[in-house]
Design a protein around this ligand. Sequence first.
Ligand code: UD1
Ligand code: CA
Length: 456
Amino acid sequence: MSKKKTAAIVLAAGLGTRMKSKLPKVMHPVAGHPMVNHLLDTLGRMHVDRVVVVIGPDMPELEAAVAPHPTVVQHERLGTGHAVRVGLDALGPFKGDVLVLYGDTPLITERTLNAMLEAREPVEGRPAPAVVVLGFTPEDPAAYGRLVVDEEDGELLAIVEFNDASPEERAIDLCNSGVMCFDGGLVEQLVARIGNDNAKGEYYLTDAVHLAREDGFACAAVEGDEEELIGVNSRAELAMVETLIQDRLREKAMKNGCTLIDPSTVYFSYDTKIGKDVVVEPGVFFGPGVTVKDDVTIKAYSHIEGAVVKSGAVVGPYARLRPGADIGKDARVGNFVEIKNAEVEDGAKVNHLTYIGDATVGAKANVGAGTITCNYDGFLKSRTVIGRGAFIGSNTALVAPVSIGDGAIVGAGSTITRDVDENAIVTTRAEQKQARGAAESYRERKRAEKEKRQKG
Ligand code: UD1
Ligand code: CA
């Protein structure tokens, strides 16, 4: 691999009118992460030395999302050539390769970008091309710019915008993806000379190819995969990109030793970490910030975000783990259980119909069906601590702040408002009374009443 330095200019000034959204287009999340950040993560994995993001006016949320990478504002959208000029002003003189990328094309891979950087190297005594353009052969070439390539030596001769193309040029099926790689020593003077005398009156970055050739420099094209080059202009395209990213994440999970019974029904976030010998049943959704350790089973239809699930634990079916849920080794979290900001320590069981919020459930404790931690009084949140090995009977309300000692037993149906000592047995429900035969005399009385009413 080359030891040359690499910079990237990411164009992201577009408003994305067709998204019909308050959010700048590239901020729309894919797998729980703004699409522009997927691109920046790819550049990060490639150890790109410098990145500048060209944004539009009034996009503070975008500026924050791409930090610490610097942004520069393109005040008027005068075309891709103009946007790159704005980016170069912020980058300053740069010796090495300068990649131009698009914030709304987040699927491009490291492999493809490395192929472009490689194409910038001189081969067989021929000088290195000044500009490398990423082309692709879409199923429908539509209104993409066309790459005109020399049939003899494969050199890239020109990029012709669709609006300016002749019928012969429109018949070419190799299209411009927009992604380019420039010689950092030449890019500034090439881009400075781009004019706007064309069908749209815009500064076309694509003109850099014919300007470089005018100066006697070679240009080259590298062909990429259409799927990687899908640009997002609408919500429908956003959904297509989501599907493709989900497929990549599913593949990665399986490659790392996770079984997905029905992969297409499981949704991951960009940062989901899954261990080995994990089984994920159908219909599971992972929001951002989830770590699942080895030998865990996540049963069907569970929703998990911001949570850690330690080895051997079983979660679900129909469980909800919210941010701050920390499920210990071999613990059990069963159906219709919600856990938020709480540790369920090793071997503890919370199996049915329960809410555990702002709490600790001690190791090997058993929390009965329908138990609720009353963590919120309408103003403040308070914590509940359940000791190790404690047993909480079904349908118990634990009114926080409250703590249950290690090994204590709470009788079913209790409402616990004061701390319980370790190894104590506590119940708070009313005494049970019984009236022998009372049911029969009650029914007789009621039958008589009913008869009287029907007659009268
Ligand atoms: C561009 C290419 C075309 C290629 C197509 C691929 C040019 C002149 N044409 O056309 O050959 O086939 O992409 O999708 O480059 N942008 C800015 N500031 C601007 C203009 C654009 O940041 O002033 C950004 C946009 O947000 C967008 C990207 O650059 O993400 C592409 O711009 P767009 O206007 O969509 O170019 P196309 O006409 O699609
Ligand atoms: Ca476009």
